[in-house]
Design a protein around this ligand. Sequence first.
Ligand SMILES: Nc1ncnc2c1ncn2[C@@H]1O[C@H](COP(=O)(O)OP(=O)(O)OP(=O)(O)O)[C@@H](O)[C@H]1O
Ligand SMILES: [Mg+2]
Length: 230
Amino acid sequence: MNKVLIAEHLNKYFHEPVESQVLHDISLSLDRSQFVTVMGKSGSGKSSLMYVLATLDTDYDGNLFICGERMTGLTENQLAQFRNRHIGFIFQYHYLLPEFTALQNVMIPGLKLKHKSSAQVRDDAMALLEQMQMGKFAEYLSSKLSGGQQQRVAIARALINHPDIIMADEPTGNLDSANTAIIFDIFRKLADEGNTIIAITHDMDFVRKADAGFEIRDGSLSSYIEGAKK
Ligand SMILES: Nc1ncnc2c1ncn2[C@@H]1O[C@H](COP(=O)(O)OP(=O)(O)OP(=O)(O)O)[C@@H](O)[C@H]1O
Ligand SMILES: [Mg+2]
């Protein structure tokens, strides 16, 4: 089965402070190795959609399947385990733990998964940092790194458990154009190696270079932009 993610007729409501519908009948499916973007105005529902797709928000109507498994209806505990194995997250503000080194930050989800010895997790984390050209910063406290460097550590951390899908909410939102290009190149390479990536972005270069792009307007996934690549 080549579909990594299938969302069927997602509807979501917020009840506070007023009753409002934030997602309107959203359906989408993502293939292995596909790199897509989601853009849309502030408040249009991008992050709300990402939280549902990432299984972090279970308060929705509709169906969500990831890697052929139905997410809808699973318990919080089952979802947490599934996420750790299959989903890598990157957020606009990287949420690295400032009192830990870059290397330790990357290792944490790998240690939590308990599939490998800590020595193996450490080797894998080091290899990922090297891949992100962050090897020489491995022992730096993450609070001593620049924004672009921290974002690359966050990507390495998202990859430590070899996720099937990477979900990113404005991963370059606080970066300059040079660092944005670096992150884009990393995503492109990851997708070409078989990862599926869905990234919220406002950056039109990013949108144009991805395989495909969605636009969300007032909670509806209203258009589809073919990227330059495939
Ligand atoms: N916890 C919440 N409770 C009630 N309403 C919310 C909640 N979170 C978001 N909303 C509302 O849902 C709508 C969509 O918010 P969302 O965060 O998904 O937008 P977004 O497209 O990610 O915007 P941005 O580009 O500013 O990040 C907004 O009108 C927002 O006020
Ligand atoms: Mg948002």
